[in-house]
Design a protein around this ligand. Structure first.
Ligand code: ADP
Ligand code: MG
Length: 262
């Protein structure tokens, strides 16, 4: 009897323990770009601020989404919201308390993985938007993911934080999830006029080589305006520099993820 293979989604967590560094913007725009290129995509919003949820045009007050799935056993498939720009497993403020509620659970690091494993056969890509910390929620994301994208601004302190983050990824790979790898560092909110940013950018390339995406996301006001319309930047103004950069970045992501599977 021939065995029919089940194709599983490639799961990528967008991680950085700092706030305001472009995780959500990256997650929303890569989701929409991957969808436009013909992929089946799910955005899992795993930050209690739920900015990805509203950024995709999903009402964050309407559901407790991923919180109810993890804490109350709600049906994960039924919790997915469908939009023209990609599917969304929404987040909500309630998720802020989940870290404490999960602490006594057996397998507490793997609760998100268990939920996403159910959805995985339905998608080509699942992107996880992480909260700004390296605590239990982010640990759950790292245990569920195959890869990590680290968006970062090219500033001095960004380099310091990077060491902790890379250390966390290595620890999780050694102890909990051997599939995990860093897919890429992504330079975001880049301003070519600022010398320090160019210096840090060059340092990143020297130190991390191919791990750095070639695409650089420029600082672009259209990307910042888009969420107030509940639209991804790549939909809101597809001809903007920011939108074009995220589309190019999605292309690089696809290339890297395909390579691994060959
Ligand atoms: P995080 O999810 O890491 O907290 P966000 O994606 O929410 O970061 O970005 C922080 C702020 O910066 C938001 O107001 C967002 O609209 C803005 N922003 C993000 N990327 C860009 C960019 N490339 N150009 C201009 N503004 C940006
Ligand atoms: Mg965010």
């Amino acid at each position: 009897m021939t065995k029919v293979g089940v194709f599983l989604a490639k799961i990528v967590a967008i991680v950085n323990q700092k706030g305001g560094v472009g995780k959500t913007t990256t997650c929303v725009n890569l989701t929409s770009s991957l969808k436009e290129k013909g992929n089946r995509v799910l955005l899992c919003d795993f930050d209690p601020q739920a900015n990805s949820t509203s950024g995709m045009g999903v009402d964050k007050a309407a559901s407790r989404g991923v919180y109810d799935v993890l804490i109350n056993g709600a049906d994960v498939t039924a919790s997915v919201a469908h939009t023209r720009y990609g599917d969304v497993l929404p987040s909500s403020k309630a998720l802020a308390g989940a870290g404490i509620e999960m602490i006594d659970r057996e397998n507490r690091e793997f609760l998100l993985k268990q939920a996403l494993d159910v959805l995985s056969p339905n998608y080509d890509y699942i992107l996880i938007d992480c909260p700004p910390s390296l605590e239990l929620l982010t640990l759950n994301a790292l245990c569920a993911a195959d890869g990590v994208i680290i968006p970062m601004q090219c500033e001095y302190y960004a380099l310091e934080g990077l060491t902790d983050l890379v250390g966390s990824v290595k620890r999780v790979r050694a102890e909990k999830n051997k599939n995990l790898r860093i897919v890429a560092l992504l330079r975001v909110m880049f301003d070519t006029r600022i010398t320090l940013q160019q210096q840090v950018s060059t340092q990143l390339e020297e130190h991390f080589g191919d791990k750095v995406f070639k695409t650089i996301i420029p600082r672009n006001v259209r990307l910042a305006e888009a969420p107030s319309y509940g639209l991804p930047g790549v939909v809101y103004d597809r001809s903007s520099k920011g939108a074009k950069a995220y589309m190019a970045c999605a292309e690089e992501l696809i290339e890297r993820m395909e390579k691994k599977h060959k």
